[in-house]
Design a protein around this ligand. Structure first.
Ligand code: 6PG
Length: 244
């Protein structure tokens, strides 16, 4: 895995965007699975203020790595967050947005979305493969909506499954580990001091971390795994001589 540490959110957002542009430059269309929660807001706000034409949004087809089982108008919805911080500000054709329909019955939506991925994405050894998979990490070491208390969900044979938040019980539809690790490029976007402990453990003791934290199981077959960290999330790592 590659790790890049940034002093400011702006530096991080710019570097992430440069990687996105690199991937876009090589293909006619690009499929990206977005992460949810609060971390992506800063990146989406950065994308929203880019000069018109800097990114050819019409080349990108947007999916999600997970979604809360709530309507798209609910403040808990990852789609709603993305709409407020990105889709309301940049010209993305409606037909390029493939949201997980949180308002549907969770089990049937997990099946529907899993089928949709088989239909819409290229596959790697029969598994739907995103060009870019963007992930966040919870301070408990979860990623997408696979949590430590149900780490075995990572190994689901399905493309998507229904998970529950360990504290709130909130139902979620999430990609499984096999789809996550079939992505051509996995970009982990992790910021904030509350993530520092798990970042250290996952990066420095991967074997034991893999027993406990779903985020440690992210090891794409492609080998293209890049961690974008701010200084706070990286504060417990050996500090590089000259952070980028
Ligand atoms: C979600 C996300 C989840 C998120 C982490 C980090 O639906 O909440 O997909 O995996 O990336 O929980 O969340 P924060 O960015 O809010 O810390």
């Amino acid at each position: 895995m590659d790790i890049e540490i940034f002093k400011t959110k702006d530096d991080l957002n710019k570097a992430f965007t440069d990687r996105l542009k690199e991937v876009i430059s090589k293909k006619d269309t690009v499929t990206i699975a977005l992460s949810g929660g609060s971390t992506p807001k800063s990146l989406f706000d950065y994308w929203a203020q880019l000069p018109k034409g800097e990114i050819n949004w019409s080349k990108i087809r947007f999916f999600w790595g997970d979604e809360r089982c709530v309507p798209p108008t609910d403040n808990e919805s990852n789609y709603k967050m993305t709409k407020q911080h990105l889709f309301d500000w940049v010209p993305i054709p409606e037909e390029n947005i493939f949201r997980i329909q949180g308002e549907n019955d969770p089990e049937s939506e997990a099946r529907r979305y899993g089928e949709l991925l088989n239909h819409e994405l290229e596959t790697t050894v029969g598994i739907p493969s995103f060009d870019i998979l963007m992930l966040g990490m919870g301070d408990d070491g979860h990623t997408a909506s696979i949590f430590p208390h149900k780490i075995m969900f990572w190994h689901s044979p399905q493309n998507c499954m229904v998970a529950n938040h360990p504290l709130s019980g909130q139902q979620r539809v999430s990609l499984s580990g096999k789809v996550i690790n079939a992505a051509k490029n996995v970009f982990f976007l992790v910021t904030g001091e509350n993530k520092a402990e798990k970042v250290k453990e996952i990066i420095e003791q991967p074997d034991s971390a893999k027993e406990k934290y779903p985020a440690a199981l992210v090891q794409p077959e492609s080998g293209n795994l890049l961690w974008f960290l701010d200084c706070e999330a990286a504060k417990l790592l050996p500090q590089p001589t000259s952070p980028s």
